[in-house]
Design a protein around this ligand. Structure first.
Ligand SMILES: Nc1ncnc2c1ncn2[C@@H]1O[C@H](COP(=O)(O)OP(=O)(O)OP(=O)(O)O)[C@@H](O)[C@H]1O
Length: 259
């Protein structure tokens, strides 16, 4: 089976610092895959290399069998890669539905005027309804985004990403700033996404990671320390040491660890 994403010997150097060093990993279609690691491990850098907002110093990145290493972020997005942002990129004064409609319309190759957002192409309303239902926001369609809670805005970012019909959805710390209840609901949402959407998630909340991801890649000091199924990662002593230093291993991967 062709991997939806593969990174081969990817390195990113900032001056003398190798933020990502010789990372090779691949993600199969439909996978729920997490990228974890202590602060400064290189997660965001690798994420940006995949999204195309950074170029690797060396190595190759393939999307669905196509070498995109030198392709722009916009090109990758047209090829089926969608990314939610740590810092929201929503139009706060517009209704929830219009935010999704604009993404759907862009994907269909037609722009949508911010001044006349209600003018939609045939079929766009169906996409909007489907994406809002998939993210639990149907009841909020006509509300301005500014009325939404923090957790609902993160849900809406996923709805906007889904409207672009992605093959690969990159989620950058989606539960940051959420309450435990909101994080739980968000994890449910990701679990219920269509099976053909591949998800790569960077997440600090290990409870969410171990709930969602069947496979987990662990970065440490820029290098891939482990890339394995959930249970093997939980048991991996190197991973425990990387996270904990001298602290007690039994505290790791426990919700109260607060990593
Ligand atoms: N643009 C940059 N210029 C120089 N150094 C950078 C740049 N971006 C990241 N770094 C460095 O690269 C290393 C990896 O950073 P990165 O943000 O990728 O880690 P991270 O695992 O995402 O960390 P966190 O969990 O704290 O967000 C760090 O030492 C960071 O200071």
């Amino acid at each position: 089976m062709t991997a939806v994403l593969s990174c081969t010997n990817v390195t990113k150097q900032f001056g003398s610092l190798k933020a990502v060093e010789d990372v090779t990993l691949s993600i199969e279609k439909g996978a729920r895959h997490a990228l974890i690691g202590p602060n400064g491990a290189g997660k965001s850098t690798l994420f940006n290399l995949v999204a195309g907002t950074l170029r690797p110093t060396s190595g190759a990145i393939m999307l669905d069998g196509v070498d995109v290493t030198r392709r722009s972020a916009a090109w990758r997005s047209r090829a089926g890669l969608a990314k939610t942002f740590q810092h929201s990129s929503l139009f706060l004064s517009l209704p929830v539905a219009d935010n999704v409609a604009m993404a759907a319309q862009r994907t269909s190759g037609q722009g949508m005027s911010l001044r006349r957002p209600a003018h939609r192409l045939p079929g766009v309303d169906d996409v909007v309804a489907e994406c809002l239902a998939a993210t639990g926001l149907s009841g909020r369609a006509s509300r301005p985004v500014s009325d939404l809670s923090h957790g609902e805005r993160r849900q809406l970012e996923v709805a906007v990403a889904l409207a672009t019909r992605p093959q690969l959805l990159l989620l950058d710390e989606p539960t940051a700033g959420m309450s435990a209840a909101e994080s739980g609901r968000f994890a449910e949402l990701i679990e219920s996404l269509p099976g053909d959407v591949t998800v790569l998630i960077i997440e600090h909340d290990l409870e969410v990671v171990f709930r969602l991801a069947e496979r987990i890649s662990v970065l440490h000091l820029g290098r891939l320390l482990a890339d394995d199924d959930r249970e093997s990662i939980r048991q991996n002593e190197q991973v425990q040491r990387a996270y904990l230093g001298d602290a007690r291993p039994e505290d790791l991967f426990h919700p109260a660890a607060g990593l």
